[in-house]
Design a protein around this ligand. Structure first.
Ligand SMILES: Cc1cc2nc3c(=O)[nH]c(=O)nc-3n(C[C@H](O)[C@H](O)[C@H](O)COP(=O)(O)OP(=O)(O)OC[C@H]3O[C@@H](n4cnc5c(N)ncnc54)[C@H](O)[C@@H]3O)c2cc1C
Length: 580
């Protein structure tokens, strides 16, 4: 692979071309006008890789003509267990519908149905997982991404596919671009830009769940190395899925009447969440499933026999990939209960990430972040379904607009020798595995990383001792990484992904060790209560002079405050209810 990198200069560089990245690019180009240059670099294919093209139809947005903001604020903050960034909730409520309608209009221009409408042509709204008084819109994700990539082409955004971005370049404390390589051509690049927006999503640790296998946290790791501050990393998340099939769509399935049964045939979720039952938030489902199985009442099944004929047809339309798979397997999920399990998500969706303010700025000058690479700040722990898409869209647009404006105010400068040398040095360090003849293969390290953080006792029911063991395992993996070999650009990508996943796993475990209470996905058997008196705080992590520095920050609560000093966290039985 060539060490003499190619230089690509732009006003705004966007890393990652999912929903956040495409919207950021369109918004940046709108700010910069026809003279401005916006580049989107993606490890896979813009508009097709990552999660956005697979999203399962639930897009939450507030409608000022139909909804009450204090009701929505109350629900999102209570369900998000008070870790929400309430300023971000307000921003998302204020701007979500406008961005949604913009995407829908761009789709219509191309003859695409992005959002479902009712018989009168009004945008369809439903309630699914976690929605009590709030509601979501119903989105067709592939047409949504097609509408966005087509708008990007129309605005002459430059796309670079199959380009793995590995590291950020900083000069005197500010960001000047990123480096990476194209694993199909073996070319290396310095992508120099006035401002950079990170939209490369979270880290899914290659666990079972559709749409996030290439999301290995590369830009989380790169951002950590560059001194970016992280938040909520202890909230590592999980979704749930069919045990035997790579399927998605739970939000919709419970929205159309799906219910969870344990091995005794009991509809147990009402005991863990008496208000929402089967439509409880993900953290309730995941921890309750684990508890039921641990106490001998597993396996868990999803029973969707109550769905109406119209809802069955809607599920088929919104979830084409899942239903292609069900059909091929000869299974009708509306006729027979399907075994259902927790599916580890890592930092995907609300599971922690790069801390941003409401302008999407990070703590490093000229560096922005949007979408799933952030902790999705309106979520708190995890509030209700559809926030991921709603927040990703709003943050993508905000990041693009603000990074575009800032780029306009920065004078173009010729690249200095020292900056070019810095980019070359970073790339050389990254490629050292390629030059190592006697290194070892990293084949079994993915499993080792997963073993350190995913099993029930380390990933779901934590204690100080088990977290210390996880940390020790990750330290041992870090040592092995130093002697890995990569014989080709493709293998270099795999080795880099292992390095990224290990680094991100360490940030998660470090934050989990720091939070001595239980809240959201973070359940500590040694601290089994939610402690609002001492822990209404965000855990933050920053790399300071190559030392992992943990801090806490009191959560501002301008609109909604907790009423109890201490409360029961998710995954603990509360009471039986009429729904049981
Ligand atoms: C199966 C599934 C169903 C979902 N359903 C819903 C739903 O119904 N409602 C909802 O609100 N949310 C849903 N989500 C979550 C939602 O889709 C995501 O939160 C959202 O799409 C994130 O968008 P993003 O642009 O931040 O990231 P992504 O869409 O994941 O895009 C990230 C991009 O970054 C690229 N990238 C990664 N690493 C690198 C690198 N090193 N260099 C360059 N590029 C890189 C990837 O290739 C990818 O294209 C679902 C997620 C999944 C997986």
């Amino acid at each position: 692979m060539s060490q003499a990198h190619e230089l690509v200069e732009s006003d705004v560089l966007v890393v990652g071309g999912g929903l956040a990245g495409t919207l950021a690019a369109i918004a940046a180009k709108e700010r910069l006008g026809s003279e401005g240059k916006v580049v989107v670099a993606d490890k896979g294919k813009v508009g097709r890789s990552g999660q956005s093209a697979f999203a399962a139809g639930i897009f939450t947005a507030f409608d000022p003509e139909q909804d009450k903001i204090d009701v929505w604020m109350d629900e999102i903050v209570n369900w998000g267990e008070f870790l929400n960034d309430q300023a971000w909730c307000k921003l998302m409520f204020e701007n979500g519908l406008r961005v949604l309608k913009g995407i829908d209009r761009w789709g219509a221009e191309k003859g695409l149905t992005v959002f479902e409408k009712d018989g009168d042509g009004r945008l369809l709204r439903r309630r699914s997982r976690g929605h009590l008084n709030t509601m979501h819109y119903v989105v067709n994700s592939l047409p949504m991404m097609d509408a966005l990539t087509s708008k990007m082409r129309e605005r002459q955004v430059i796309t670079m596919n199959r380009l793995m971005v590995t590291d950020l370049v900083t000069v005197e404390g500010r960001i000047t671009g990123a480096v990476g390589f194209d694993y199909t051509t073996n070319r290396t690049y310095y992508l120099r830009a006035k401002t950079v927006i990170l939209c490369a999503s979270g880290c899914g640790f290659r666990s079972v769940f559709m749409g996030h296998r290439n999301l290995t946290g590369d830009l989380l790791a790169a951002a950590y190395d560059a001194g970016v501050t992280f938040r909520n990393m202890e909230q590592y998340a999980s979704n749930t899925t069919a045990k035997n099939y790579d399927i998605h769509g739970l939000n919709l399935y419970v929205g159309v009447g799906g219910r969870f049964l344990n091995a005794k045939g009991e509809e147990f979720m009402w005991q863990y969440h008496p208000v929402l039952g089967n439509r409880a938030r993900l953290q309730d489902l995941v921890l309750s499933f684990c508890r039921e199985i641990k106490e001998g009442r597993g396996p868990i099944y999803l029973d969707m026999s109550a769905a109406s004929q119209a809802d069955r047809a809607l599920c088929r339309k919104i979830l084409p990939e899942s239903f292609r798979l069900w059909d091929r397997a000869g299974i009708d999920p509306f006729q027979q209960p399907v075994e259902w399990i927790p599916a580890f998500y890592g930092t995907i969706t609300s599971g922690g990430g790069i801390h941003i303010n409401t302008r999407c700025e990070t703590n490093i000058p000229h560096l922005y972040a949007a979408g799933d690479i952030t902790p999705e700040p309106p979520h708190g722990t995890y509030s209700f379904g559809g926030i991921n898409l709603g927040f990703t869209a709003v943050s993508g647009w905000e990041a693009g607009s603000n990074a575009g404006s800032e780029a306009q105010s920065i004078q173009a400068s010729a690249i200095e020798k020292s900056e070019r040398a810095r980019a070359r040095e970073i790339l050389r360090n990254r490629m050292q595995n390629l030059m190592r003849a006697d290194g070892i293969s990293g084949d079994d390290l993915t499993t080792a990383i997963q073993q350190a953080i995913i099993p029930v006792d380390s990933g779901y029911f934590k204690t100080a001792a088990r977290l210390a063991e996880s940390w020790q395992s990750l330290e041992e993996i870090t040592e092995k990484l130093a002697s890995l070999r990569a014989g080709s650009a493709h293998e270099l990508m795999r080795v880099t992904e292992l390095e990224s996943m290990t680094k991100v796993a360490k940030l998660m475990v470090a934050a989990a060790r720091a939070r001595t209470e239980s809240r959201g996905y973070h359940f500590r058997e040694d601290y089994p209560f939610t402690d609002n008196e001492n822990w209404l705080k965000w855990v933050t992590i920053t790399n300071v002079d190559n030392e992992l520095k943990i801090d806490t920050q009191q959560v501002p609560t301008p609109y909604v405050q907790p009423k109890e000093k201490r409360s029961i966290p998710p995954g603990i039985k509360r009471a039986s209810s009429p729904g049981a």
